[in-house]
Design a protein. Structure first.
Length: 326
């Protein structure tokens, strides 16, 4: 005997609720076991999902997300991240802007003993507060769509994270975008272009200029009305030699890879909970800033780690106008 329409709907509703509970459990477990959100990372690449066809009425979209993590006891730390974006599309033109920031502070247990003494007594132990992340970023982008699946784009942005050694990173990009595959609620797109970066360091008064080739690929999928998935990867490689505080880097010797994997579970009409995991790898990391109260020996320039990862549990608010008809 075939199930009725009402029975099918009730079954779908139960399936959505089960999926929601499972996804929330996975997100919570991932945050417990994930890496700290206080590591220095550049802004991850943005995947812009769009449907073909001219927009006869101006379409507005807004998004805001908040991430917060705290730890007490033996490990004492607090981290906060904020991000917001706004976009407007009319006809074959789209203008978007986003801004974000992250702050993380931790308390470290250290011993203050006389020089040359290997023994620490009760009065030598104390804690030190350290700011491990204090970053911000702003970015704006314009897309001009043509021939159904194609677009030309220009983008400009700036970011900084002094605790990681980056005083300012200003960049401009231009290139071509192509939707490679669009099926149902899934879209795969790729970009090729040029990137110019002006980068200055906390440990050096001389900035560097980087001309790079850029490649990007991103995928968005809504496998369920309550679930959204995003993944993207950006690759940059320098086209010119770089004269950095750590020495000269030959052309094609400064590779930067930034990847993003995210999932969002819808909680109510405009609100979602999401998990974002990002990874950044560079073959030419920035020099570390001087340690307060100390200076490095002549000729010694320590550099940051090549690999950074970050896991975040975020609350997301979305709004669009005009609203889609259900």
């Amino acid at each position: 005997m075939r199930p009725t329409v009402d029975e099918k709907r009730r079954g779908q509703g139960r399936g959505c609720r089960v999926l929601l509970r499972a996804a929330c459990a996975i997100l919570a477990a991932a945050v417990v076991h994930g890496s700290a959100a206080g590591q220095a990372l550049p802004p991850p690449p943005v995947f812009a999902y769009w449907k073909a066809g001219d927009a006869k009425v101006a379409e507005w979209k807004a998004m805001a997300q908040l991430g917060l993590a705290t730890a007490t006891g033996n490990s004492q730390a607090v981290s906060l991240s904020l991000q917001a974006s706004l976009s407007r599309r009319l006809g074959n033109n789209k203008l978007a802007a986003d801004a974000g920031g992250a702050f993380a502070r931790s308390q470290v247990f250290v011993a203050n003993v006389p020089a040359g003494s290997p023994i620490a007594g009760p009065g030598d132990m104390h804690t030190v507060d350290q700011t491990t992340t204090e970053s911000w970023s702003v970015r704006t982008r314009y897309d001009r769509f043509f021939f159904d699946r194609n677009a030309l784009y220009v983008q400009a942005g700036a970011s900084a994270d002094p605790p990681s050694g980056v005083r300012l990173l200003a960049e401009g990009q231009a290139g071509y975008r192509r939707v490679l595959l669009e099926r149902g609620k899934g879209q795969l797109a790729a970009e090729l272009g040029y990137d110019y970066t002006h980068q200055s360091y906390e440990s050096s008064a001389t900035p560097i200029q980087i001309h790079s080739g850029r490649a990007f690929i991103g995928y968005h999928k809504d496998p369920n009305p309550l679930l959204g998935l995003d993944t993207s990867c950006e690759f940059l490689t320098n086209l010119n030699p770089e004269y950095t505080p750590t020495g000269m880097v030959k052309a094609l010797g400064d590779d930067r890879i930034t990847g993003l994997l995210g999932a969002q579970v819808k909680l109510f009409d405009n609100g979602s909970i999401g998990l974002r995991f990002s990874v950044h790898y560079t073959t030419s990391p920035a020099p570390r800033p001087p340690i307060p109260g100390f200076s490095y020996a002549p000729g010694f320039v320590p550099v940051a780690d090549r690999l950074d990862t970050k896991s975040e549990l975020v609350l997301v608010w979305n709004y669009s106008y005009p609203r889609a008809h259900k």
